[in-house]
Structure formats: C-alpha cells, structure tokens
Design a protein around this ligand. Structure first.
Ligand code: PGA
Length: 255
C-alpha cells in the first residue's frame, strides 16, 4: 500500500504566535478526526521548524517539512539553509522545486538534481514538485512530456534505492493559488503518466510504491474527488493549509 500524504505548505505566512496556534489546532483535530494511516506533513517557514517539531513530537502521523534547502552542505551562502541543518532540527521532509522557487528564484532542473542529492544524503525525504504552465497546458499537447521530463532531468540519475524514498507532487502552475483546480480527470491522467514514466525507468513494482500528490487550489470541496483517483495519493496544500479546519477536512478526504 502506498503512503497517503497530506502536506501543508505555509509558504511565507504566519508569525510565531499564529504558527503555534495553527499547529495546536491541527494536532487536536488530527487526533480526533484523521485516520492514523494518513501522514500529515507541516511545512512552515524555516524559523518555525525548531518549536514546531517539539509541538508534535509525540504524534505518530504528523511530520515536519521544510520548504527548500541549499544544494551545498555548508559554506559562505548568506541567508541559505542546508540539509544537514534541517536534519539536526529533526526535519523529515523537504519540498523541492516548487514552481514559485523555479519561477522567482530561477531554480533549474540541474540545480534541483543537486538539491535532491543533498536531501537524500541527509536522510531527508524530498517532496519533488513538477507541473506545467498555463500556456503549456493550453497548447494542448506536449505538457505531459514536459512534466515527465522534469522528473527525468532532476531525479532519474538516482539509484532505485534512492528513488524509492522520493515523494512526487504534481502541481499544475495554472492551478496554484488561482482557485482553478485540475479536474480529477486531468489529475489522474498526469499522475498515471508520471507513474508509467517512473515504471519505464525503475520498474513497475517501484513505481507502484511512489506517492504522487496533487497540488493546486485543493480544498475540502474538491479533495474527495481528487483523492479518489487511483493514482492520486494525497495533496500538497497551500492556502487551505493555513486554516486548521480546511486542512483537516482535506486530510479526512483520504479514504
Ligand atoms: P494552493 O498552493 O493550494 O494555495 O494552490 C499549492 C502549492 O503551492 O503547493
């Protein structure tokens, strides 16, 4: 059985007080309402990581994620955060290649390859984001090949043993923060194509084990239909992860 994961990407939101309140609400609701087999990952901005872990240390299904890390282990890179540091703060997951990082910080497939290596070398789990732009989608063809190519370029140098640790998040850029959501047919089509692409490189058995999350304006109203797709294994949630009720309702959509 593939892991089912609902990850909350807070992006650059939340003061310490707001973050503490949100985490305690999420923990309380998760205890009562979310299946223990559903993995929750909270990805707050870096300053929150230290206290956040302490808040849910005793929760068996709540994990800590970072939103990014540098491709080098240490050095003179003012303002950056390394994978060994994240590991030392007991971070479990690292989001890599979010479209906002690809767009605003010019992160290339090549750079993400190096970041993936750093993350895995430090026993962290990458949540590797991929997805096409609106113009690519509207062109009507080639967008599936483009998204598969993002995996080829940044991940397919990994050994099967390394790749087995990776979580993929398909996030169509046109759906992120826009209120537009991929239909369940569009999501399923892409997720199945990604799994087939992984199978061609690593074999069917491994491809069947890789969680592929959907991200892009996921909310309590559309999560049940998206998560019911056979190749959708959960979600990477932005805006709705800032409201405990919405985030938990989305997590409850995992059956
Ligand atoms: P959204 O963001 O849910 O606000 O669309 C998703 C993401 O960027 O991971």
């Amino acid at each position: 059985m593939r892991k089912k994961i609902v990850a909350g990407n807070w992006k650059m939101n939340m003061t310490k007080e707001e973050g503490q309140a949100l985490i305690s609400e999420v923990i309380n609701m998760a205890n009562d309402e979310v299946k223990s087999s559903t993995v929750l990952v909270l990805c707050p901005p870096a300053p929150h990581l230290g206290y956040a872990k302490k808040m849910f240390q005793s929760q068996s299904n709540v994990f800590l994620g970072a939103q990014n890390c540098h491709e080098k282990a240490s050095g003179a890179y003012t303002g950056e955060i390394s994978a060994p540091m994240l590991k030392s703060f007991e971070v479990d997951y690292v989001v890599l290649g979010h479209s906002e990082r690809r767009e605003y910080f010019k992160e290339s497939d090549e750079l993400l390859k190096a970041k993936t290596d750093q993350v895995l070398a430090n026993q962290l789990i990458p949540i590797f984001c991929c997805g096409e732009s609106l113009s690519q989608r509207q062109a009507g063809s080639g967008f599936i090949e483009f998204v598969c190519g993002q995996l080829t370029n940044s991940l397919f140098h990994l050994s099967a043993e390394q790749f087995a640790k990776v979580v993929i998040a398909y996030e169509p850029i046109w759906a992120i923060g826009t209120g537009l959501t991929a239909s369940s047919e569009q999501a399923q089509e892409m997720h199945a194509a990604l799994r087939k692409h992984i199978a061609a490189q690593y074999g069917e058995a491994l491809a069947q084990e890789i969680p592929i999350l959907y991200g892009g304006s996921a909310k309590p109203s559309n999560a049940p239909e998206l998560f019911a797709c056979p190749d959708v294994d959960g979600g990477l949630i932005g805006g709705a992860s800032l409201k405990s009720r919405d985030f938990i309702d989305i997590a409850k959509a995992i059956k």
